[in-house]
Unconditional design. Structure first.
Lengths: 111, 114
């Protein structure tokens, strides 16, 4: 079955710097890769997703890149702000299969 | 648009007791998921419903966990009897149809088993 590894487990950056979180997946048939943000004590919320027919997707300060050959995808946050502080989860799935989540990255943005 | 509703928000029980959680998905969403999120980990799927049918329950500990979605709308997840290791947040999510449609999560139920 699918396995998703996520790195780093914690990430501290200064406000205004960029943050990059990386995930690798095992099943080459996976074709859907969402990223969720979870603030302390709150529900996971989708921030961006990418499907296997594109290599990059951008939404304001957030971008995701996908390398199907290497089976990894990354989340890029530019111009980080304190409100970006949260735990970020990547996930992967095939069209008819369950979402498999990574172990999470705790991002801290210091003012 | 109303979100996914869950109740209760918090529950404390002793081991070997029973507990039930309720979820009301977003109106019109055919697919409903129950996830278990242990502290410091990502959500793990327990069971997935498509309307009132089970699509995937491969990771549901069926000796103690059960779930139903009788009318294809609301769902309940039950644990009987609870063990210490069941302490976690139980998240319900729903999506329009497919796994690859955006999944919207409810606020979760934080279960503590003493």
């Amino acid at each position: 079955g699918e396995n998703v590894e996520q790195h780093p487990s914690t990430l501290s950056v200064q406000e205004g710097d960029s943050a990059v979180i990386k995930c690798t997946y095992s099943d080459s048939a996976s074709n859907y890769f969402p990223w969720y943000k979870q603030e302390l004590g709150k529900r996971p919320q989708l921030i961006i997703d990418i499907r296997s027919n594109v290599g990059e997707k951008k939404d304001q300060r957030i971008a995701v890149t996908l390398n199907k050959t290497a089976k990894h995808f990354s989340l890029h946050i530019t111009e980080t702000q304190p409100e970006d502080s949260a735990v970020y989860f990547c996930a992967a799935s095939m069209k008819t299969d369950k979402l498999i989540f990574g172990t999470g990255t705790r991002l801290q943005v210091f003012p | 648009e109303a979100g996914v509703a869950q109740s209760p928000r918090y529950k404390i029980i002793e081991k070997r007791q029973s507990v039930a959680f309720w979820c009301n998905p977003i109106s019109g969403h055919a697919t409903l998921y129950w996830y278990q999120q242990i502290l410091g980990q990502g959500p793990k799927l327990l069971i997935q419903f498509q309307n009132n049918g089970v699509v995937d329950d491969s990771q549901l500990p069926k000796d103690r966990f059960s779930a139903e979605r009788l009318k294809g709308v609301d769902s309940t997840l039950k644990i009987q009897p609870a063990k210490l290791e069941d302490s976690a947040v139980y998240l319900c999510a729903s999506s329009l149809d497919l796994v690859t449609d955006t999944q919207y999560f409810g606020p979760g139920t934080r279960l503590t088993v003493l």
